[in-house]
Design a binder for this molecule. Structure first.
Ligand SMILES: [Fe+2]
Ligand SMILES: [Fe+2]
Length: 139
């Protein structure tokens, strides 16, 4: 396997772990929220987590299809309880996800995988929508 492909697979592993950690984070964060504002944030996180499951599943399958091995590395989510702290925490990782997918789309193009590049650009769009919805609730 050439160096470019190796680096792409490493990057996809990092994206997959970011997704898995976000799934855990959103389930945890949604569970602790209360009140009217908390309810709005809770509904948003529960909706977005379904996109992250699709992203993580695609990435794990793609890593294997490219000849790699998915390596799971989980992190503990932050112990935040206030809806604004929850949104700020979520926003930080959505921004990282957008940057990660842009970089990975570039790497996919470099190895000539146009289909993967298109999918990663679509994922960057999903994360941009998540970021904008979070910003809207943050006000
Ligand atoms: Fe995602
Ligand atoms: Fe997201």
């Amino acid at each position: 396997m050439d160096e470019k492909m190796k680096r792409l697979i490493e990057g996809l592993n990092s994206d997959m772990n970011a997704e898995l950690n976000t799934i855990i984070r959103y389930i945890r964060h949604a569970s602790v929220l209360k009140g009217m504002a908390g309810h709005e944030v809770r509904e948003l996180l529960k909706k977005e987590v379904m996109d992250e499951v699709k992203h993580a599943t695609y990435l794990a399958d793609k890593i294997v299809a490219l000849g790699g091995v998915p390596k799971v590395q989980l992190e503990l989510p932050a112990e935040v309880f206030d809806w604004q702290e929850v949104l700020k925490d979520a926003l930080k990782y959505e921004l990282e996800a957008i940057a990660g997918y842009r970089e990975r789309a570039q790497q996919a193009e470099e190895v000539g995988d146009i289909g993967l590049k298109a999918t990663l650009e679509m994922f960057a769009e999903d994360e941009t929508r998540h970021k904008e919805e979070i910003e809207r609730l943050l006000g």
